[in-house]
Design a protein around this ligand. Structure first.
Ligand code: ZN
Length: 420
């Protein structure tokens, strides 16, 4: 269902990166993609399949007329979003409050997490090694802001939050004992507390995604960066016709918000290994793989900064994307984005074929530019890569904002690029 309802249900069912992978896997299964596992030999390849490792997923549809030289067309995105995560020994508190110790994951816009009713989602590893996904959507905890009466200058001086001292959520009253959280978690997944081993758990804003504006032209939700691109890549792959000239691949990586250096991040070996295994199982060798990679292409899809009406001076005057004007091609001469002129021309052609408008983002010379998985993929695999993304406001807030048209246009443009 490549429509806004499909994106909204993807967002609402994906409160953690592990759930985002589950949501993508569900869409792929419905479309007939076969689940495969990384620790099996791949002798018989399906026409279309996918593998999951932690909170990363790689899916492919093989070329109909492929041989050992067939290149890969890859769309990359990331499943993780900045958030607060529960520490291993979280039980703390004082003065009649029970609190949970949390770590800050990625570049969180800290103030956006205050005074929200938060749920908890992620995965729990049990003592027998089995893994249980957990998503508790009730209002479990909250980081309360200090009253203005006790912080009179806050509006003039700006809010300053210490990551260790000021972000510890309350989750009850009374006296806190180490083990309380473990017992609560065990209850949520219906096991005995002694069975609970370790966890990776995110706090999330319980408010569901919402269409916003008198003209219903905007979409508000947590995790738009970068679940929009995960959804658009998955939709593009599962609805695209197969190509006779290249294999179609999507790579949804974890850990982009913390630098991508992990087994399941874009700087890790997962994509390279999967491409090599697909190639070898298709009858190629190392030499033909390197030739195929050279002829391959990659789009790194990650959200862009739309121009903010209250802060237009933060944008480069000729390169400030607007919402509902199409996906932005992100360029940076210093290679913080991987886009080159050749890749940009190809993406423009895909947009034109799909009847999708497009824009360009370049940051101001006096403002540092963010980066994403594009340059890592380009450097690691030697594949020509370009960075594109849906323009949004409030990036890295607990609740972000974008236009309702751009995500659908991104999915259409990626689909046209896959089949072009
Ligand atoms: Zn991102």
């Amino acid at each position: 269902m490549t429509d806004l309802g499909g994106l909204i249900s993807f967002l609402d069912s994906s409160p953690s990166p592990w759930h985002a992978v589950d949501s993508a896997a569900r869409l792929l299964l419905e479309a007939g993609f076969e689940p495969m596992v990384l620790d099996d030999a791949w002798d018989q390849l399906p026409d279309a399949g996918f593998v999951v490792s932690g909170a990363a997923l790689i899916a492919f549809r093989r070329a109909t007329d492929g041989d050992a030289g067939t290149p890969f067309y890859i769309v990359g995105a990331h499943t993780d979003s900045p958030c607060l995560r529960v520490k291993p020994l979280p039980d703390t508190g004082a003065f009649g409050w029970r609190q949970l110790a949390v770590e800050v994951y990625g570049g969180v816009l800290l103030n956006s997490w205050l005074d929200r009713d938060l749920g908890i989602a992620g995965r729990v590893v049990l003592r027998d090694g089995s893994i249980a996904d957990v998503a508790v959507a009730e209002a479990v905890c909250r980081v309360p802001q200090l009253a203005i009466h006790l912080d009179r200058e806050v509006n003039d001086r700006g809010l300053v939050l210490d990551k260790q001292q000021h972000l510890t959520p309350i989750w009850g009253t009374g006296t806190s004992t180490q083990g309380d959280f473990r017992a609560w978690l065990a209850d949520q997944i219906d096991v005995d507390a002694t069975v609970v081993g370790w966890w990776e758990l995110c706090l999330f804003d319980r408010t569901p995604a919402a269409v916003l504006g008198a003209d219903a032209s905007l979409l508000a939700s947590g995790r738009l960066d970068n679940q929009i691109s995960c959804w658009a890549a998955t939709e593009a792959l599962r609805t695209a016709a197969s190509s006779d000239r290249h294999h179609q691949v999507i790579a949804l990586f974890d850990h982009e918000e913390v630098g991508s250096e992990s087994t399941t991040g874009a700087a890790g070996p997962m994509l390279e290994h999967v491409l090599e295994r697909l190639h070898l199982a298709g009858g190629g060798d190392r030499g033909s793989l390197l030739a195929a990679l050279t002829a391959s292409a990659c789009i790194s899809a990650d959200n862009a900064h739309a121009v903010h009406p209250n802060y237009p001076e933060r944008h480069e005057p000729n390169h400030r994307p607007e919402v509902n004007r199409g996906p932005a091609i992100k360029m940076n001469a210093n290679q913080r984005y991987a886009t080159g002129a050749i890749g940009a021309a190809r993406f423009q052609a895909a947009c034109e074929a799909a009847d999708v408008p497009w824009q360009v983002f370049v940051s101001r010379n006096n403002m540092p530019c963010g980066s994403t998985i594009g340059p890592l993929t380009a450097a690691r695999l030697g594949i020509e890569t370009l960075d594109v993304g849906v323009p949004q406001l409030s990036m890295h807030s607990a609740r972000e904002l974008c236009g309702v048209d751009d995500p659908l246009w991104l999915a259409s443009a990626l689909g046209a690029w896959f089949t072009g």
